[in-house]
Design a protein around this ligand. Structure first.
Ligand code: PLP
Length: 275
């Protein structure tokens, strides 16, 4: 195991440790931006593969493997689309992987996933598969400001990253808070329940509004407003509702508490009525 000043430090460390200039890293084209930033900053080449129906397309990614590939980033569930890759899809990729390629599984939102097909990658780590599983205390445990996450991988991978890691990367306050958070089962159970109910409520509301969205395994939902996303974002902002616009007509909506979700749906319905 390796600790990071947030799990994003560990993805950056993976790029820093395993990429030589010109080496390739494969990632989704609509995903967490840090993979591309870190790969590029460490003089690697980010090979961006289009998602399919909002999902990481592992078959298409496998086709992009070359002798220069060193890393494959998979965001599961994916930010911003909320979709997941299944055990079967991941196994197929792992079976095709050349021995010098490491799969970075960014599972920042994994605690919210409840689909039985969601892969248990800790089992992959246990059997020595070439995966680096990243988890964080920033999401389900609500400690984003304290900056602490962790990575699980083979002793060889962890040792290589430890040689590059700055020695005092995580602070003692964050470590104490993370330990306390692990035993706060009541908080986790409540967060999960609130998120699951909110996810169902928002999904049903989008259906009622006739809006397309991707089935989410995370604590946000990606929805197609069918309008200029930026304009809808601005109008929602004026009503005091903050969502995330990344591109096109889609918005990423964080799942909130019941009253917040209702307020958002009402604001969205109002905005969509005004052309
Ligand atoms: C997919 C994904 N991975 C990792 C992170 C970063 O988490 P951390 O706070 O542990 O660096 C985020 C934060 O937004 C994220 O969306």
């Amino acid at each position: 195991m390796i600790l990071g000043n947030g799990s994003d430090e560990i993805m950056d460390l993976a790029a820093k440790t395993f990429l030589e200039p010109g080496d390739e890293a494969i990632l989704g084209d609509l995903t967490f931006a840090i993979y591309r930033i870190s790969v590029t900053a460490h003089h690697g080449v980010a090979v961006r593969v289009p998602l399919r129906d909002g999902c990481y397309d592992l078959e298409a990614m496998a086709r992009r493997l070359t002798p220069l590939t060193r890393l494959v980033f998979i965001c599961n569930p994916n930010n911003p689309t909320g979709t997941m890759v299944t055990r079967r899809e991941l196994d197929r990729l792992l079976n095709h992987l050349p021995s010098n390629v490491l799969v970075v599984m960014d599972e920042a939102y994994a605690e919210y996933a409840d689909d039985p097909e969601f892969p248990n990658t800790i089992e992959d780590v246990r059997r020595g598969a070439p995966v680096l599983v990243l988890r964080t205390f920033s999401k389900m445990y609500g400690l984003a400001g304290l900056r602490i996450g962790y990575g699980l991988s083979t002793p060889e991978v962890v040792e290589a990253m430890n040689r590059v890691r700055l020695p005092f990367n995580t602070n003692s306050l964050a470590q104490s808070a993370a330990l306390a958070a692990l035993s706060d089962e009541t908080h986790v159970a409540r967060s999960l329940r609130v998120n699951r109910e909110g996810r169902r409520y928002l999904s049903e509301s989008f259906k009622a509004l006739d809006l397309r969205f991707f089935p989410s395994q995370a604590n946000f939902i990606y929805v197609d407003t069918g309008r200029k996303g930026e304009a809808v974002y601005e109008k929602l902002l004026r009503k005091g509702v903050i969502v995330r616009h990344i591109q096109g007509s889609w918005l990423r909506i964080s799942i909130g508490r019941p009253a917040e979700n209702r307020r958002f749906v009402k604001a969205l319905a109002d905005v969509l009525k005004t052309k």
